[in-house]
Design a protein around this ligand. Sequence first.
Ligand code: ASP
Length: 348
Amino acid sequence: MRTTGFLFAISFFVLIFLTACEQGENQMNSSQTETSQQEFAIALHGGAGAISRDTDPEIRDAYLASLSEALEIGTRILDEGGDALDAVEQVIRFLEDDPLFNAGRGAVMTNSETFELDASIMDGRDLNAGAVAGVRTVRNPISLARIVMEDSPHVMFAGPGAESFAEQVGVELVDQDWFFTERRFEQLQRALERDEVMLDNSQLEQKEDIDERKMGTVGVAALDRNGNLAAGTSTGGMTNKRYGRVGDAPIIGAGTYADNNTCAVSATGHGEKFIRNSVAYQICAIMEYAGTTLNEAANVVIHEKLEPGDGGIIAVSKTGEIAMVFNSPGMFRAAANSDGYREVAIWE
Ligand code: ASP
């Protein structure tokens, strides 16, 4: 009887001890991903993909310098009390004008050696959103997307309609030559060569040269001093695209999403996968319905819903928590917050 009582007491204390350990571990996990409330925060990407660690150091440094400058532009706007939407638009305009990235100048080429650009922007205050798809003459598609959001009752304009709208609202228009870079032309030639021998699309996907899977879309997520979140994404899409193909970048909920209740997200990667999984919205929804942190939600979607190599996201939550999660070998990215944290990186 006495032995049974003793054993019972021991088991009781062991149970209490194990429960305490488990709680301690949970607290540790959550404190690794949660940050204290930030006054402002920003995260940006310049595309995800098979970026080789052997990349020419000069090219690598050029990317890092451009990402740092982009981060500086956004951080300054937010630090001075500017709007999250302005930070998103201005940083993306800068990256669209930089030929290193697959957005605006430097965009990838379609099968018919043209450029068709996609972009979207979203305001976390009221879920207002604007997008353009397949535009050919707009220097900064992100600004046109913002005008669609603010000055029209619609969310997305595509193709010739978007061009007419652009003419009407007076955004800067350029010739297709403006977007041209030798590097993207060569990339297209290599893709075209493969096309000739591989007519079956699934085969083409498997055999795609790993180098062509470097993407380069750009995107920004920001939290401003007024607690407002915004996100935006801009891209030339995928090399050798045909038939007016539109990826995830201009699709609200796939490539871009922002909601002041949860987070702001911009995605990059294999657009079709991001559309099928409603990636940007799903991350916000997991936070809202399952009460997770931003990093927990982003990890579930990027590592459990998508497949290795698909791409990644950058995101900022309403508390200023930053997530930069990807399942590809690299993602051009940068982030900062009001606590003075700064990061510019390409690989893990
Ligand atoms: N997501 C883009 C698209 O599929 C490509 C990229 O992110 O680089 O159009």
